[in-house]
Design a protein around this ligand. Structure first.
Ligand code: C5P
Length: 217
């Protein structure tokens, strides 16, 4: 058993690929973005201003984040997997994830879980911070246009009305915030393999990653 780290910007296909690969290998997938989203969701529900560090620290000391057997994230025992997927939460998450006290708590949970190997973690800092010893590190990228189109299509499929230009702008802004924050910014680990998914189908990406993984197990 090995651990697999998949990092990259939002909507590059990390979670989709990680989920499929986990099924194929009988590994456990941890969507670390969902954990950061839970913190943003908790701050919204509790009406905490994102500049109020003291209140956020208190909140982080009290909340519990876990995953159920289906791999869906739970906040204080409540399944919030759907509630954390709004655009408002995405932007809020990118802001709250800049705080070291937020990251420290979540990184510890992720490292403790992955100790036993057989994990696929997707996020922004897995190969650089959380699992520096991961046997396979993938850095998944795609053009802003390809990613905005995918997100747009996802919303359309769910019957949600959205503006394509807003999605495009939000992706650009989130990229900027995630890549330029002081703590654990999104960047490719030196030993990560980069895959550009802009022109690839989901199956083509799964095949590429699984051929890399199969050489290591
Ligand atoms: O992957 P997802 O788009 O759900 O992540 C939401 C946000 O959570 C990202 O934009 C990023 O700010 C933050 N995040 C992070 N580190 C991770 C995973 C997500 O900072 N490992």
């Amino acid at each position: 058993m090995i651990n697999i780290a998949i990092d990259g910007p939002s909507a590059a296909g990390k979670s989709t690929i990680a989920k499929l690969l986990a099924k194929q290998l009988s590994y456990i997938h941890l969507d670390t973005g969902a954990m950061y989203r839970c913190c943003a969701y908790a701050s919204l529900v509790n009406k905490i201003d994102l500049n109020d560090i003291k209140a956020l620290e208190e909140m982080m000391n009290t909340i519990q984040i876990s995953f159920n057997e289906k791999g869906e994230v739970e906040l204080n025992g409540e399944n919030v997997a759907d509630k954390i997927r709004t655009n408002e939460i995405s932007m809020r998450t990118s802001t709250i994830s800049q705080y070291p006290f937020v990251r420290e708590k979540l990184v510890k949970i992720q490292q403790d879980l992955a100790k036993s190997k057989g994990y696929i973690l997707d996020g922004r800092d897995i190969g650089t911070v959380v699992l520096v010893d991961a046997e396979v590190k993938i850095y998944m990228v795609a053009s802003v246009e390809a990613r905005a189109k995918r997100r747009y299509q996802e919303y359309v499929n769910q019957g949600i009305e959205v503006d394509y230009n807003n999605i495009y702008k939000d992706i650009e802004q989130r990229d900027y915030q995630d890549m330029n924050r002081k703590v654990s910014p999104l960047k490719k680990a030196d030993d990560a393999i980069e895959i550009d998914t802009s022109q690839l189908t989901i199956q083509q990406v799964v095949d590429k990653v699984s051929s890399i993984v199969l050489k290591k197990i």
